[in-house]
Design a protein around this ligand. Structure first.
Ligand code: FAD
Length: 468
């Protein structure tokens, strides 16, 4: 039996970051990972990184169509077609390279990697492939898997989940997508640009239903106008018929009917991996599949923490990593190390969707602010009049500010349009009460940039936008 100060179960962006932080603070640390392919978790192997690799190819592919318009002559694109085998090989190469990077970080920080399935035994013990290890502190970071729906279970042939689609070798002729959250709209954006016909089915009122409703409405308009997608909100797939060469989907709701797709992607969220990991041997409380934690990620079991996609906080890689840091620092502090853990501030989590147009948000939506009883004022500025948006060829979307009417405090920023995911990153610091709409109006932004939308949207809050 080996003994450690800290064992982390699961080496995704939550687990491996927690392990590094624990080791940095002087804890004798081990990380357990069951994936024979290596470390990195969903984010590196089946999520963020491979999905963005597909999006990059789709983006470049689309740009090839407008070369002449941009003054690039002499390139014959008539026989251009997607080469998915090369795309998937490139994706695998990037995953491999970054996976080696994570392995290197484990070695550099002297974190012991235990390969195999980890199981909690209670009382500070973890079993890995029949061997029992002991730890003063344990962090559970087992992540999540694609959620399956009864009757619509993925089969890897006609009915797919996101894992399957990342390795597909032929462009689906007609991809029906159930679920217009981040994963659904990103794949819609990939395959529409690579030539698939897309039908997007969403049960809620708007696409990207977790984001400000105005953005979902705008995204549906742009998807329909630019990519000819058939977007059906307030609609669900009641049943399907799996056939050899197609999947017949029976839709119910606002836009009912029968849609025959070559493939169906079920993108209705993720299921936290909390069963089969030994939680029943502990006092940790599991509520509707998620482990219940306090602000320092502590569970009901003494010395056991839980982080990332297995707790009911936004399921994003950067959230998992920050939760990993909080848990590791709290564990180290309680083992006598001089460190001051800061709980994650869940009011300021940036969320990005890398579809085209991109979406980037931070803070409260207009509806959330109103639901909290705030007296809300909003302003939005479209990218269309901005010179830079026209130069980059994406004069669509807008930047919306949600603010408190009395003091002008910025409560939320919501962007749909060019480089929205980069723009939102730089605006996270505008939230938190120190910055008001008036101060944003008096902040100078360089010209010509997409960032000029910030002071303009701030002016729009008070009806004084200059370019509108
Ligand atoms: P995971 O990354 O799921 O890692 C958990 C690890 O634990 C896995 O390696 C698993 O093999 C291992 N494990 C599980 N059980 C055991 C066990 N018993 N023993 C040992 N090991 C075990 N988030 C973003 O922030 N940005 C994005 O752009 C983004 N895009 C995404 C695109 C897709 C297609 C998907 C599916 C997800 C995306 N996400 C994105 C979400 C992001 O991937 C997750 O929120 C993040 O990976 C969660 O990290 P985690 O460490 O909690 O779990």
């Amino acid at each position: 039996m080996a003994s450690f100060d800290l064992i982390v179960v699961g080496a995704g962006p939550g687990g491996y970051v927690a392990a590094i932080r624990g080791a940095q603070l002087g804890l004798n640390t081990a990380v357990v990972e069951k994936d024979p392919a290596g470390l990195g978790g969903t984010c590196l192997r089946r999520g963020c990184i491979p999905a963005k690799t597909w999006l990059e190819t789709a983006h470049r592919y689309e740009q090839m169509a407008s070369l002449k318009e941009y003054g690039i002559a002499g390139v014959d694109t008539t026989n251009m077609k997607p080469d998915l085998a090369t795309l998937v090989a490139r994706k695998n190469k990037i995953v491999l390279k970054n996976g080696k990077g994570v392995e290197f970080l484990m070695k550099k920080n002297k974190v012991t990697v235990l390969k195999g399935v980890g199981k909690l035994l209670g009382g500070g013990k973890v079993e890995v492939e029949g061997e029992v290890h002991e730890a003063k502190k344990i962090i559970l970071a087992t992540g999540s898997v694609p959620r399956e729906l009864p009757g619509l279970e993925s089969d890897g042939k006609r009915v797919l989940n996101s894992d399957h689609l990342l390795d597909i070798q032929d462009v689906p002729q007609h991809l029906v997508i159930l679920g217009a959250g981040a994963i659904g709209v990103e794949f819609a954006s990939v395959f529409s640009r690579l030539g698939s016909k897309i039908t997007l089915v969403e049960m809620m009122d708007t696409l990207i239903p977790l984001e400000d409703a105005d953005l979902g409405v705008e995204l549906a308009k742009i998807f329909a106008r630019t990519y000819k997608m058939d977007c059906r909100v307030k609609t669900k797939i009641a049943s399907i018929e799996r056939q050899e060469d197609k999947v017949v989907c029976h839709l119910e709701g606002e836009k009912p009917g029968i849609v025959e797709g070559s493939h169906l992607l079920v993108a209705v969220g993720r299921t936290p991996l909390t069963s089969g990991v030994g939680l029943e041997a502990t006092k940790a409380v599991v509520d509707r599949g998620c482990v219940v934690v306090d602000e320092f990620m502590q569970t009901g079991e003494p010395d056991l923490y839980a982080i990332g996609d297995i707790v009911r906080t936004p399921w994003l890689a950067h959230v998992a990593s920050d939760e990993g840091i909080v848990a590791a620092e709290h564990a180290a502090k309680s083992l006598g190390k001089d460190v001051h853990p800061h709980p994650v501030n869940y009011d300021r989590i940036p969320s990005c969707t890398y579809c085209d147009p991109e979406v980037g948000c931070v803070g409260m939506t207009e509806a959330q602010a109103k639901a909290k009883g705030k007296d809300v004022i909003t302003g939005a500025f479209p990218f269309m009049p901005l010179a830079k948006a026209n130069i980059v060829g994406e004069p669509h979307g807008f930047l919306k500010i949600v603010a408190d009417k009395q003091y002008g405090e910025i409560l939320g920023i919501h962007i749909i349009g060019p480089k929205a995911t980069e723009l939102i990153a730089s605006s996270v610091a505008l939230l938190g009460g120190e910055y008001t709409v008036e101060e944003l109006i008096h902040t100078m932004y360089p010209h010509p940039t997409l960032n000029e939308a910030f002071p303009e949207a701030a002016r729009a809050v008070y009806g004084r936008a200059l370019n509108m």
